[in-house]
Design a protein around this ligand. Structure first.
Ligand code: KIV
Ligand code: ZN
Length: 515
């Protein structure tokens, strides 16, 4: 019988702590539903005491996602734990995840607590959580830099207090794989009651070692890995879920992984990666392992020749195994609404009738202009529709004139949620600047917002490819990302800018406390 390695996804909590990656409730729900399809074991849905928005999203995910365990984060404080439970109590399988820092640096400079005080607070927190549920996880923040004897002592104490999972984070991404693996082996050997809990690891990527450290931990006895889609997360990010899962699967022949399996449906990996990238506005680098655009592309003649003769010459896993085989020509301008709906269903989208009508109208418009419509085109188009559904401001008409001789000018119409239609013109150093200047005049919230990222990527190859534009705006220390897709790059830019401004308007995006 194979032994299970549990996959704990923290995209919605640690991933959301990436500057600019904050998501609203609807966006978090979409990701959570996709994580359910991906069959992760645990979804960390947020940090309920951090903000009202976080609380609400944990509660919604807990109520709507029934096939995964739902975790909520809490510091070692009763108020945090009580609030986490309030958000989680509607879940089919809730988990309270409580943590406290254990390293000397954190104890001295952050907490101002002695070892005894930290043990006491950790045990009290676990006992409080156990009053609500037996599914309690405890984390030793900065465990990677904690004295081993103290780590053993506190782990023993929290397991005695009822923790069923003990998480050993490399919070600052400091350790080396051998060292981190040895740390886990030491706990296995020196903590008498360790068999009563699952050992989990949570590695950050500051030295690019998060996945290597997580795998070294698994090789030494860890049976839960905390990770995020696309490696999103605080600073340089967390261990990337897709890399950990595919390494365990592809290297089942490697002795330490021989009898291990995850329950992840790997064919959902690409879809999940794209959804997270679209919603957060964080593009995936082309050479990113597993999910990058080039991860399965063979460019050199020698490689192409080898792959044509025998695919395993240069491919250690198949594109199909991660869900990449479906990027074929799917529909054209003669396709009907029914075929479109069916294809969307296969791609994992369940749209309401009204959403479907809008998406279908745009699909027809695109099919008139673009000869080959690939799955990626349809995904970009539908994501674009769904993304702006809760928006208060929508782009109406847009007209731009620019060229080598004239000052670029733009005329923009915006439809407002209260039924008003606004119109303004603007000029700028280029056509996109002109559009943004016009929008500035129409949306008061744009006033103080500073553009600190503007990025364009093509959805597919070809001269007629759709553009996806990402903009990042900053206002009063708050960062938001907006996205827009269209076959016209200026229209896509206007959509992205307006989408970001809508996020600034939303109440739930009030500044939040991170961990
Ligand atoms: O990096 C870390 O230590 C964390 C804990 C809260 C698990 O995110
Ligand atoms: Zn973390």
């Amino acid at each position: 019988m194979a032994e299970r390695v549990l996959v704990f996804d923290t995209t919605l909590r640690d991933g959301e702590q990436s500057p600019g990656a904050s998501m609203n409730i609807e966006e978090k729900l979409r990701i959570a539903r996709q994580l359910e399809r991906l069959r992760v074991d645990v979804i960390e849905a947020g940090f309920p005491i951090a903000s009202v928005g976080d609380f609400e999203s944990v509660r919604e995910v807990a109520q709507q996602v029934r096939e995964c365990c739902i975790a909520g984060l809490a510091r070692a404080r009763f108020a945090d734990i009580d609030r986490a439970w309030e958000a989680l109590s509607g879940a089919e399988n809730p988990r309270i995840h409580t943590f406290i820092a254990t390293s000397p640096i954190h104890r001295q400079h952050k907490l101002g607590m002695t070892q005894d005080q930290v043990v006491e607070a950790a045990v009290a927190a676990v006992r409080r959580a156990v009053r609500y549920t037996s599914n309690v996880e405890w984390s030793a923040e900065d465990a990677g830099r904690t004295e081993l004897d103290f780590l053993c002592r506190i782990v023993t104490a929290v397991i005695d207090a009822g923790a069923k999972t003990v998480n050993i984070p490399d919070t600052v991404g400091y350790t080396m794989p051998e060292e981190f693996g040895a740390r886990i082996a030491y706990l296995v050997q020196h903590v008498d009651n360790i068999h009563k809990a699952v050992i989990s690891v949570h590695c950050h990527n500051d030295l690019g070692l998060a996945v290597a450290n997580s795998l070294a931990a698994v090789a030494n006895g860890a049976r839960q890995v905390e990770c995020t889609i696309n490696g999103l997360g605080e600073r340089a990010g967390n261990a990337s879920l897709e890399e950990v899962v595919m390494a365990l699967r592809t290297r089942r022949d490697y002795l330490p992984f021989q009898n291990l399996e995850t329950r992840v449906e790997t064919t959902e990996i690409i879809r999940t990666s794209r959804l997270v990238s679209t919603i957060t506005g964080f593009p995936v680098q082309p050479n990113k392992a597993i999910v990058g655009a080039n991860a399965f592309a063979h460019e050199s003649g020698i490689h192409q020749d080898g792959v044509l003769k025998e695919v395993t010459t240069y491919e250690i896993m198949t594109p199909e195994s991660v869900g990449l085989a479906t990027n074929r020509m799917v529909l054209g301008k003669h396709s009907g609404r029914h075929a479109f709906k069916e294809r969307l269903r296969e791609l994992g989208y369940e749209l309401e009738d009204e959403q479907l009508d809008r998406a279908f109208r745009r699909f027809k418009g695109l099919a008139d202009m673009k000869q080959e419509l690939l799955d990626a085109d349809i995904q970009a188009l539908v994501d674009d529709e769904v993304i702006r559904e809760d928006d208060y401001y929508h782009l109406g008409r847009l007209h731009v004139a620019s060229g080598t001789q004239d000052t670029p000018v733009a005329a923009v119409t915006i439809h407002v949620g209260d039924g008003k239609i606004l119109h303004a013109t603007g000029s700028g150093v280029g056509p996109i600047d002109a559009v943004f200047q016009a929008i500035h005049k129409l949306i008061p919230e744009a006033g103080a917002a500073r553009l600190n990222l503007y990025q364009v990527s093509a959805v597919t190859g070809g001269m007629d490819a759709q553009a996806v534009v990402t903009v990042r705006l900053e206002q009063g220390g708050r960062l938001v990302q907006g996205q827009g897709a269209d076959n016209d790059v200026i229209v896509a830019s206007a959509r992205a800018f307006i989408n970001a401004l809508n996020k600034l308007v939303r109440r739930e995006n009030t500044p939040r406390k991170g961990v």
